[in-house]
Design a protein around this ligand. Structure first.
Ligand SMILES: Cc1cc2nc3c(=O)[nH]c(=O)nc-3n(C[C@H](O)[C@H](O)[C@H](O)COP(=O)(O)O)c2cc1C
Length: 398
């Protein structure tokens, strides 16, 4: 059953790959799911790569209502109760996790009614040896299963909460001691017609070329040039509320104690704080460039989320800098980015003097910025992790 490349319907494949969502509320709990369909999709999933080319995946399809009931109890204890509590607590508050929690809690309440639950396992136990053949040989296969099912009209949800009671699950399913259970995948026909893409970071913001974090807004052409928009991002997860982190990242002097290049900034006359279009003057120093002041203009301002500015000329900036912050489980993730060009900046003179060295100059400049930006976010993380000054230091009793 061969197929030529021009017969493959790329648009359909991409659509399925980009819309295989975690389906919970849209699982059709009434419509039976045929075992034959599940076997077919496991056959497809088995085509995924495996370390050492050893076929070590072993699967369980759970259909028996009594077994599903036992699994539902384990799931309730390991995650379900928490999800239901969280849903009830944040319902109607507009919390960013409100929809996910509603959906997760729904699954916890209805797990025993889902027509089939698939538990993929793999022969072997993680022993820290780095030997291939465990999680890294099964995750890609289970995802193929989810995608194959989605293409046929069935929804799945990748869940792992139940692994909090993996030994109890092992007993319920009779999984041998030498196997590792990887996930629990409820399967049902989905209701409704289609799913949407989820918001994710664009590839260009999370993909370095040849070196981690060396990103490009366009191209890069060969050889790369300033016109390609060399860009970089450093990031850190800080155990502090987003509101606290926001107060710091929206302060134009945040970098001053930490960066080796940035010497401080002051708002322009008559400007009293950050807002779109607000102007400030930044002072810098650099061994090769000297000392210089540069006008900066706030060009990103989303309260509590994004703060950014461009340098020199808003219509032809020398660089654009920005912070974006988001809450993740128990922390705030801070991303600090810079994109160079298209206008002139501190490196323009060097590029003009040595045009054939432009790629090298850009590479080194991005590296310098990364180092300073890393100092800034590390400094910020250390600052916010410190005990507040007005609180006594419990350990030393002062
Ligand atoms: C490793 C892993 C564990 C997960 N565990 C659970 C879980 O226990 N319960 C659940 O309802 N969803 C679980 N999920 C699903 C995520 O919540 C879901 O993928 C996420 O909200 C994004 O939604 P999307 O997949 O539709 O883009 C898990 C996903 C992954 C990758």
């Amino acid at each position: 059953m061969g197929m030529n490349i021009d017969e493959i319907d790329v648009a359909s494949i991409d659509h399925v790959l980009t819309t295989t969502r975690a389906v919970r509320r849209r699982l059709d709990l009434e419509r039976p799911v045929d075992n034959e369909l599940l076997y077919d999709c496991i056959d497809i999933a088995e085509q995924a790569p495996s370390g050492g080319n050893q076929g070590s995946r072993r699967w369980v399809i759970v259909r028996d209502p009594r077994v599903k009931e036992q699994m539902a109890e384990l799931y309730m204890e390991t995650g379900g109760q928490f999800m239901i509590g969280a849903r009830d607590k944040i319902a109607g508050t507009g919390h960013p996790q409100e929809r996910v929690m509603e959906s997760a809690a729904y699954l916890a309440e209805h797990l025993a009614e889902v027509p089939a639950i698939i538990v993929p396992t793999i022969i072997g136990v993680h022993d820290g040896s780095g030997r291939p053949g465990l999680f890294d040989s099964v995750v890609q296969s289970v995802w193929s299963l989810c995608v194959a099912l989605r293409a046929r009209g069935l929804g799945t949800a990748w869940t792992t909460a139940i692994l909090g009671k993996r030994e109890e699950l092992r007993d319920v399913l009779g999984v041998p001691k030498g196997n590792t259970q990887i996930a629990m995948i409820p399967v049902a026909w989905f209701t409704g017609d289609d799913f949407r893409r989820a918001p994710r970071y664009p590839a260009r913001e999370i993909t370095g070329i040849d070196r981690y974090g060396h990103q490009w807004e366009r191209g890069p052409s060969d050889p790369p040039s300033l016109a390609d928009g060399p860009m970089t991002t450093v990031e850190v997860d800080i155990k502090a509320p987003t509101s606290v982190v926001w107060d710091r990242v929206s302060d134009i002097n945040l970098s001053e104690p930490y960066s080796e290049e940035f010497m401080g900034a002051r708002w322009d006359d008559g400007v009293d704080g950050p807002a779109l279009g607000a102007k400030f003057i930044g002072s810098n120093k650099h061994d090769a460039i000297g000392e210089w002041d540069v006008p900066c203009f706030v060009d990103r301002y989303v309260e509590g989320k994004e703060f950014g500015w461009c340098t020199s000329d808003p219509d032809n900036p020398g660089a654009r800098w920005w912070f974006d912050i988001a809450s993740i489980a128990g922390a705030t993730r801070v991303r600090f980015s810079v994109a160079l060009g298209p206008g002139p900046s501190g490196i323009s003179a060097a590029i003009e003097a040595m045009p054939d060295k432009e790629p090298r100059i850009l590479f080194r400049r991005i590296g310098e910025h990364r180092a300073n930006m890393q100092r800034v976010i590390d400094g910020l993380a250390a600052e916010l992790a410190k005990p507040a000054e007005d609180k006594p230091n419990v350990i030393f009793g002062d």
